[in-house]
Design a protein around this ligand. Structure first.
Ligand SMILES: NC(=O)c1ccc[n+]([C@@H]2O[C@H](COP(=O)([O-])OP(=O)(O)OC[C@H]3O[C@@H](n4cnc5c(N)ncnc54)[C@H](O)[C@@H]3O)[C@@H](O)[C@H]2O)c1
Length: 361
């Protein structure tokens, strides 16, 4: 299989996909682009790439025939622009979460994809983290039976992130940036969420650091088949010690059993009948966490770029694709509106306002 040429736009968290690309037999890292030349050159040096690989503009990167796919890791509110530009240049897209920061350009993104005939893959990294991947495969085996309810949360002390200028921008919202993880995990199991209701608040910790929008969230939601789910997140305060909590978890309660995927400890626990098992993927720690600490996601990205490469070669639509990604953005928008009006909001109504009802079955 011919290696795919990867261009990386945005070299903060983009560092993780560079690491994924240089370590994958399916990819070759062709170009790196960032507004900061200093960062671009530093990343070239870090990964042993020729400094000429650095491009100061997306246009330059897109003009390079060696680039087949662009991985987009720029601030959330720039994703729509960068996805559309990349598709118009005839390249495939990997876009990190949140796919879009609102729905205003969703139709334009879909039209650009259609016109290009290229693939768009939304980098919902949590799906590609071993405990959650294993939980999904185990669920798909049918052993657990029908879902009774799903609970997912992502809590983290992200005050360090608020040092970034764009985090104080009015367009920056933790609801889209972080709730997109547990929101997507719930939609993985319950794609047809019909309606959502919730509360949010901005803590004094977040406000004093310049955050403009809420940092604390609790939501309940209902799928069209009547199954209910819960999603929570809190981002400007300390978290419970890791021995007691995973920070990100997904719990499935089903007719014949229950399972829980956990972020920290790379742990997966499940129970069916009298069988009760805790599995660990701790031996894969070095695959997932390559730069010290647990704040980068190189392992998840390596798993997803290899999945995406296979999708391209086999002509299959990757999941989540642009359509699925946009409905997840609509779910987040419905969540946001619900916190503002104090009532449940239907996803279909939100999609309808942007001429997108065809995305919901
Ligand atoms: N688990 C995950 O999937 C995960 C984890 C972390 C971050 N992210 C996402 O990655 C994105 C970037 O976050 P980050 O933490 O790296 O932010 P960051 O601010 O550290 O990095 C963004 C980079 O983009 C560059 N940039 C901005 N505009 C540009 C442009 N027009 N052209 C070229 N470069 C440009 C900036 O110079 C900066 O280096 C966000 O959307 C975030 O939600 C995803």
């Amino acid at each position: 299989m011919k290696k795919l040429g990867l261009g990386v736009l945005g070299l903060g968290e983009g560092r993780s996909i560079i690491s994924a690309g240089v370590n994958s037999p399916l990819w070759s890292v062709a170009r790196l682009c960032d507004l900061s030349e200093e960062l671009g050159k530093a990343r070239c040096a870090e990964f042993g790439l020729d400094p000429k690989v650095y491009a100061s503009s997306l246009e330059t990167m897109l003009a390079d025939p060696a680039v087949d796919v662009v991985g987009i890791y720029t601030p959330d509110h720039l994703h729509a622009d960068h996805v559309i530009q990349t598709l118009k240049a005839g390249k495939h897209v990997i876009c990190t979460k949140p796919f879009l920061h609102d729905l205003s350009r969703a139709r334009e993104v879909l039209d650009a994809q259609k016109a290009s005939g290229k693939q768009v893959f939304v980098g919902q990294s949590s799906r590609f983290f071993a405990p959650f991947t294993r939980q999904r495969e185990h669920f798909e085996s049918g052993a657990f039976g029908d879902i009774i309810t799903v609970e997912a949360y992502y809590h983290a002390d992200h005050r360090w992130f608020l040092k970034k200028e764009w985090a104080k921008n009015d367009a920056f919202k933790w609801l889209y940036g972080c709730i997109s993880h547990p929101g997507d995990l719930v939609r993985w199991y319950l794609p047809d969420i019909e309606e959502v209701m919730g509360y949010s608040s901005l803590s004094e910790n977040g406000r004093s650091l310049g955050l403009a929008h809420p940092d604390t969230f609790h939501f309940v939601m209902k799928a069209t088949n009547g199954v209910t789910a819960r999603v929570s997140g809190s981002y400007s305060g300390p978290v419970v010690p890791l021995q007691r909590d995973s920070n990100m978890s997904c719990i499935l309660r089903c007719a014949n059993g229950a399972s829980q995927g956990d972020y920290y400890d790379l742990r997966y626990a499940w129970k069916i009948g009298s069988q009760s098992v805790v599995e660990t993927f701790e031996d894969q720690d070095a695959h997932y966490f390559r730069f010290g600490g647990h704040s980068h996601h190189a392992g998840e990205y390596q798993n997803y770029i290899e999945y995406f490469a296979r999708s391209i070669t086999e002509g299959k639509t990757p999941k989540p694709d642009a359509r699925e990604g946009i409905v997840t953005v609509a779910l987040m928008q419905a969540m946001e509106e619900s916190t503002q009006i104090g009532r449940p909001v239907k996803i279909k109504e939100v999609l309808g306002r942007f001429g997108l009802t065809d995305l919901m079955s």
